[in-house]
Design a protein around this ligand. Structure first.
Ligand code: SF4
Length: 131
């Protein structure tokens, strides 16, 4: 069985993009490495054959920074089967007043928020592989 693809957007100008990348790496490197892996979104977008082959017809979970949903839209257009869509901006709504850090460095609170976010994503990965 192929691993669930967990794919972060490529946001770099705000903390939301950093949150997506750190959360995805936590899932694929630490929380669920046996059943999940990530794919570079830029490779999917530019039509890299190997990257597209990894998502086409495969279970994918997308993790975007904002409502633009760059990862979800690109993965969908590459033929990925989207099992769940996450947005880091929604995590900040549940931590009102929290300061997650900057586009280049998470704060202590930011790491806690990302840890919780990664747990939610990992739970979806496990749900997806158990179906
Ligand atoms: S989803 Fe939002 S934060 Fe992520 S790359 Fe697109 S515009 Fe940037």
């Amino acid at each position: 069985m192929s691993k669930v693809k967990v794919i972060a957007c490529s946001g770099i100008g705000k903390v939301y993009g950093l949150m997506t990348r750190e959360a995805v790496l936590e899932v694929t490197n630490h929380l669920a490495p046996e059943v999940s892996e990530t794919v570079c979104l830029a490779h999917i977008v530019t039509g890299d054959a190997a990257a597209r082959a990894k998502v086409e017809g495969c279970d994918c979970i997308t993790v975007d920074g904002c409502p633009a949903l760059c990862s979800a839209k690109s993965v969908e257009s590459a033929g990925g089967i989207i099992k769940a869509r996450f947005r880091s901006i929604d995590e900040m709504r549940t931590h009102r007043g929290g300061d997650a850090g900057t586009a280049t460095a998470l704060s202590e609170d930011g790491w806690k928020i990302v840890d919780e976010f990664a747990e939610k994503i990992a739970a979806k990965v496990m749900e997806s592989v158990s179906q």
